[in-house]
Design a protein around this ligand. Structure first.
Ligand code: OAD
Length: 257
């Protein structure tokens, strides 16, 4: 990552009418939340189809709840990092800003982000498998076998599992924002999970500039106009600085004549 790249993105943030950010597990890594893929990831060495699919849940709901209850316990301890706070600050400063997250941890909201869509639901809500009732149980220790207070059926975490559709309202908002974006930032995601990853292609087709922030190459890298290689908790706070005058990021001089 060069200073000129950083400055170009600062300039683009200044010029943009509507900035849309798509985040993944990498933005929470510096808060101590493990990502899904790669070394040390949640899906490494675990049979994720058993833990994150309706079929797995139907086979063994106690096993699935033991895993989610442990994750809820861990997530209760973590706090937003400077990357989350920088995104919340960008939202406050910019006229048009929206955040689409694949994360279920709600750390963006804890940092102060407001215009947020959760594509994969969140781990703090529970949903009844029979009557569909959703309840927010943020930070509350759940029993090993949680059941609906209304109809008595099993509750499940209100997250999207493999093979399931995304919540329709969330997806529609995400698509609509993406079509309007003139700057689209892809942060901390491997861009391997669809349909979320499709938003990057949609943003490109819609004419947005694409910026990726990630320490590693991803499926999104080839779509990016600028890649800021590094950790989001280190790079995002630097984007809050004003563009440096005289660098390559300065606006093009007006055509004469
Ligand atoms: P992944 O685990 O697939 O990817 C995490 C990305 O974060 C990788 O590209 C890392 O290089 C990057 N990363 C790691 N540390 C970072 C840091 N400090 N700053 C910035 N980036 C960093 O996670 P997602 O792309 O979020 O779905 O995975 C997408 C979906 O797959 C998840 O929402 C989840 C999972 O199955 C559901 O649970 C439905």
């Amino acid at each position: 990552m060069t200073a000129a790249d950083l400055n170009r993105v600062r300039q683009w943030l200044k010029e943009a009418r509507f900035v849309v950010v798509l985040t993944g597990a990498g933005v929470s890594a510096e808060s101590g939340v493990p990502t899904y893929r790669g070394a040390g990831g949640l899906w490494q060495g675990s049979d994720f189809r058993e833990l994150a699919s309706l079929e797995g849940f139907q086979r063994d709901p106690k096993k699935v709840w033991a895993w989610y209850n442990e994750r809820r316990r861990q997530l209760k301890q973590v706090r937003p990092n400077p990357g989350h706070y920088a995104l919340a600050e960008l939202e406050r400063r910019l006229g048009g800003f929206a955040l689409i997250t694949q994360n279920v941890d709600r750390l963006h909201q804890a940092a102060g982000s407001r215009n947020v869509v959760e594509l994969h639901g969140n781990i703090w809500e529970v949903r009844c498998t029979r009557c569909g009732r959703v309840e927010d149980r943020t930070g509350i220790e759940l029993p090993a076998e949680p059941h609906c207070s209304q109809c008595g059926a099993w509750l499940r975490p209100n997250v999207v599992w493999f093979g399931e559709m995304l919540p329709e309202h969330a997806w529609q908002r995400a698509e609509s924002w993406t079509r309007q974006a003139d700057l689209f930032m892809v942060i901390g995601t491997s861009a391997e999970v669809w349909p979320a990853a499709g938003l990057i292609h949609l943003a490109r087709q819609s004419g947005a500039r694409i910026v990726e922030i990630n320490p590693h190459e991803t499926a999104a890298s080839s779509l990016a106009d600028v890649i800021l290689r590094g950790k989001s908790g280190e790079i995002l706070p630097q984007l809050l600085d004003a563009p440096q005058p005289g660098s390559s990021a300065s606006p093009e001089p007006a055509a004469s004549g």
